[in-house]
Design a protein around this ligand. Structure first.
Ligand code: ATP
Ligand code: MG
Ligand code: MG
Ligand code: MG
Length: 563
């Protein structure tokens, strides 16, 4: 049976003023309403009301993950360095990792995400194709030493994430696991009451291929996304646009140069054509690999050298793209001359882009200068990647004017492929008795961030305003008066609890009705019941927190209405 939580006993001190350092609405309100308290920069304590919301979101996540057949596990947050060294992320993550040493001097980290550890677990547990597919998840504390841990729990340095990983033997299997997660995420976010969009994304440090983000539109969001009003195209601008102003040296290379190149150069001949040694560091190159136009190089800030590329793609045929290729794939590249000078716009199709890629050079509208090499023709530091798509720019899919909005990234799903399986040689015995390399997906939801995202989307000028499924209580009963009102409030609270509802009752002595109403509105429980003026008749006021609609009803009717 549900219980009644008395406000007089609740650890939730409300504040009239916004915390001095708070910039976003959710940060202000979650602190003011007594849901969370700051312990250190980006490190938060969850008080009872906040913990209830967090747990409600976790419950919905668990139900939907279980429903697709994913199994819950709990892996450690304190992790040894070696697996992350093997994957390269011990270095790649740089300052983002919290690193520590044990008493013997061995290196450890606090897990920012767990691909490596799950891969090792499955390698240890699964040996045959019969053991697959398998999907595993956990709801875990994650650690990232974020550069700007602002915005309260929206961007913590310690935060809660649901992360799951799928393991399949075939590409079709991976596509199915991905589709199952995608559908589960749609259900989860709909159930917890978030307004969200699914957008194409870059895969960043995950190093995968297909990737989509779940974005919750909100002014406080740190992501900008474009949305086509005409077709279903939507993308994170991180995935869409990179704009920079190359210095004159690059411009001097003039209009698109036709390279004197054989039809299918190898990595070596390509390097020769570009005038760089095969071992040179190269940023930004559009090439055809085995007939498919793609961008190579540079996930994040890492540089990829041609030599390494050759190793990875040893059997692949790499061609320099032609003007026709651009016509074939206008979604890939568009250059234009902007108001501040020469700019290039790179539009990546996340289905094939292998991370953040910058394309070098554009000399006139809708052309692309090949043969311009970052580092050789201009300093890499000279590029600016802050200019993003403008409102009304053409949709890469249908040409209609794009809309530009801010949003919070609440979930992210990836088809990782075999990157981690290759690192850890994760094979299972296939049907034909030969080892088969496993292919993986990874899928995250920011559980603690979702609390803030919901607060952002649902709050109004009076305070928080939770959707019922995840609210810390169903009903907030206010005793507005003296002993008579308090007695009635407690009685109503008991009846509501007996009907299975989660009830908060404000029976605090010596607190004025005005303060109690303000607190109730700040805390954001969806239904408010007031035992006040007509308590003697057994009549209460039922108020909808969101609409503000009020109705006076006998207690029994109020209880029946809320059930
Ligand atoms: P962001 O772009 O906001 O930094 P991310 O792309 O680095 O997020 P992922 O690695 O995709 O994050 O992690 C999966 C999910 O975890 C994200 O979609 C987000 O909801 C959540 N998340 C990531 N970083 C944080 C953080 N610092 N605080 C709270 N939640 C986070
Ligand atoms: Mg991040
Ligand atoms: Mg992101
Ligand atoms: Mg992400």
């Amino acid at each position: 049976m549900s219980q009644v939580q008395r406000m007089s006993r609740l650890m939730a001190k409300t504040l009239r003023d916004d915390p001095a350092d708070a910039e976003t609405l959710s940060h202000k309100l979650l602190v003011r309403a007594g849901y969370v308290r700051r312990t250190s920069a980006g490190i938060w304590s969850w008080l009872p009301l906040g913990k209830k919301v967090l747990d409600n979101i976790s419950r919905v996540v668990r139900e939907e993950m279980d429903a697709i057949g994913a199994q819950e596990v709990l892996l450690p947050a304190l992790l040894p360095k070696e697996p992350y060294e093997a994957s390269g992320r011990w270095d790649e993550y740089g300052d983002l990792l919290f690193r520590l040493k044990d008493r013997k001097g061995a290196d450890y980290l606090l897990g920012p995400t767990h691909e490596e550890i799950f891969t090792q677990l499955v390698k240890d547990q699964c040996s045959s194709y019969k053991d697959l597919p398998v999907m595993l998840y956990q709801i875990q504390t994650k650690y990232r030493d974020e550069a700007r841990p602002r915005s309260g729990v929206l961007r913590g340095r310690e935060f809660q994430m649901k992360d799951s990983y799928s393991f399949d033997t075939t590409d079709e299997g991976l596509a199915e696991s991905y589709a199952l997660h995608r559908a589960a995420y749609q259900k989860i976010f709909a159930r917890i009451g978030l307004d969200f969009r699914i957008v194409s994304a870059v895969s960043g440090a995950m190093g995968g291929s297909a990737s989509e983000e779940f974005l919750a539109p909100a002014a406080a969001g740190e992501d900008t996304f474009v949305d086509c009003p005409n077709c279903d195209y939507a993308a994170n601008t991180e995935a869409v646009t990179f704009t920079f102003t190359p210095p004159a040296a690059a411009v001097e290379h003039g209009p698109v140069e036709e390279l004197d190149t054989p039809d299918t150069p190898t990595i070596e001949t390509l390097a020769a054509h570009l005038g760089v040694p095969a071992s040179a560091t190269l940023k930004n190159l559009l090439v055809k690999i085995d007939g498919e136009i793609t961008a190579v190089g540079v996930p994040g800030d890492r540089e990829v050298d041609l030599g390494k590329l050759g190793e990875h793609l040893a059997p692949a045929v790499v061609e320099v793209v032609t003007a026709e290729d651009f016509e074939e794939r206008p979604d890939l590249v568009r250059g234009y001359v902007g108001p501040q000078g020469l700019k290039i716009r790179y539009i990546a199709d996340p289905r094939i882009a292998t991370g953040t890629a910058w394309v070098t050079g554009a000399n006139k509208p809708d052309t692309h200068a090949r043969n311009v090499v970052a580092g050789r023709d201009f300093e890499v530091d000279d590029y600016l990647d802050v200019v993003v798509v403008e409102e009304g720019d053409p949709c890469p899919s249908c040409g209609a004017g794009l809309k530009l909005d801010r949003a919070i990234e609440i979930g992210h799903i990836f088809q990782l492929g075999r990157k981690y399986a290759d690192t850890f040689q994760l094979d299972v015995l296939g049907q034909q008795g030969k080892p088969v390399r496993v292919t993986m997906g990874s899928y995250g939801i920011g559980v603690s961030r979702a609390v803030a995202a919901l607060a952002e989307q649902s709050a109004d000028d009076k305070g928080l305003c939770w959707p019922r499924e995840i609210a810390p209580a169903d009903v907030h009963v206010v005793a507005a008066g003296k002993a008579l009102q308090t007695e009635l409030a407690l009685d109503v609270a008991e009846q509501l609890a007996a009907a299975g509802l989660r009830v908060l009752v404000d029976e605090r002595a010596g607190v004025s009705p005005g303060v109690k109403f303000t607190d109730a509105e700040l805390m954001g429980v969806p239904h408010i019941v007031v035992a006040g003026r007509r308590a003697a008749e057994g009549v209460v006021e039922l108020k909808d927190r969101r609409t503000g609609e009020k109705e006076e009803l006998p207690v029994a009717d109020a209880v029946a209405r809320l059930r």
